[in-house]
Design a binder for this molecule. Structure first.
Ligand code: SAM
Ligand code: SF4
Length: 323
């Protein structure tokens, strides 16, 4: 459907859990995360009902995220059912990749078409430190299993952090040259815990300099539809892209809304405004009442975010929103 600023909104990002098997430093505090109580998390039946309703509003593309979506019990049967819903054209997943070595083929069989895997560093020690315990070899194995399974495209999310992984940008470039992987370099956003680390932010302009490519000619035809622009230097099997939420925001092209694991619809990632769909689901509202609530929320999607003016301290951390 269209919102009041004539943007076509057809993309729903669904967080199925706020739990995670990692604790990335820029995403979650080491301890003290207030987990959402189990009873407040939407059941898969409730999420499927909302997906169905959203297709009546013209939503076609669905990304399942978290927390870490693959840690939620029953995820594969949920995905299988979601992929079969009439109107669902694209079912995608964002994962930290830790469980992919075992699950990549099952995900493909369940109907997932594309996958985004987060990998900020390929250095085992740095990875372990940044994720507080993760094993990078599993993520790398998971990336190759995803390619073998035929998930397409396989995109790699690299959040670039000053003093941490800038020096590795050329190694990621080499990965895109050698394999059909789409590497997306992402600016760190001052959300939740990262709002204290504004100085760690590396602007896209600087990332491009670090990569040392002389000319960036956008490559059409790489499936995205999101905020990234893709570039495929000659001789590359994959591509590189940049996601700049801070230095050049893309609100005028924003096509998405988000559903949190506890059933709140968030029209803008960076706004506090949420609409409580869980309450509607659980107080016997009819599909048409929920559809009306959903449509109102989309219509009132803000024109743009104000992340550059105010860090969003004290709000939900990224793992609770879904990225
Ligand atoms: N656990 C899954 C994963 O890590 O891919 C899915 C959820 S995670 C919140 C989704 C994405 O958000 C990841 O690629 C992560 O790197 C990114 N992210 C988390 N905090 C961020 C921040 N402050 N700025 C930019 N990206 C962030
Ligand atoms: Fe977990 Fe993903 Fe957040 Fe890392 S970025 S702590 S993997 S939710």
């Amino acid at each position: 459907m269209q919102d009041q600023f004539q943007r076509q909104i057809d993309y729903l990002r669904i967080s199925v859990t706020d739990r995670c098997n990692l604790r990335c430093k820029y995403c979650m505090p080491v301890e003290g995360v207030q987990w959402m109580p189990h009873e407040s998390i939407l059941t898969f039946e409730e999420i499927l009902r909302l997906m169905k309703i959203s297709t009546q509003l013209g939503f076609r593309r669905f990304r399942i995220t978290g927390g870490e979506p693959l840690v939620r019990k029953g995820i594969l049967s949920f995905l299988r059912e979601g992929a079969l819903l009439p109107g669902v054209e694209d079912l995608m997943l964002t994962t930290n990749g830790m469980l992919l070595p075992e699950m990549a083929f099952d995900l493909k069989a369940a109907g997932v078409q594309r996958i985004n895997i987060s990998l900020d560093t390929m250095d085992p020690e740095k990875f372990k430190d940044n994720t507080r315990g993760g094993d990078v070899s599993r993520v790398i194995q998971g990336i190759f299993r995803s390619l073998e399974a035929g998930l397409n495209p396989v995109k790699i999310n690299v959040v670039v952090i000053r003093g941490f992984n800038e020096a590795e940008l050329p190694s990621f470039l080499a990965l895109a040259k050698q394999y059909p992987l789409h590497i997306r370099f992402i600016e760190l956003m001052p959300i939740g815990i990262s709002s204290e680390h504004r100085n760690d932010f590396v602007p896209i302009k600087e990332m491009k300099e670090l990569l040392g490519i002389q000319e960036y000619v956008p490559t059409l035809g790489i499936r995205g539809g999101g905020p990234a622009e893709y570039f495929r230097p000659s001789g590359f099997k994959g591509s590189i892209g940049f996601i700049s939420a801070m230095s050049r925001h893309f609100c005028d092209k924003c096509n998405r809304v988000r559903l949190t694991a506890d059933g709140k619809l968030r029209p803008c990632l960076h706004s506090k405004h949420e609409v409580n769909l869980r309450e509607a689901l659980r107080n016997q509202s009819s599909d048409s009442d929920i559809l009306e609530l959903f449509a109102q929320a989309v219509w009132h999607k803000p024109a743009e975010h104000h992340m550059n003016d105010e860090a969003l301290q004290g709000l939900r951390v990224m793992s609770q929103i879904g990225g």
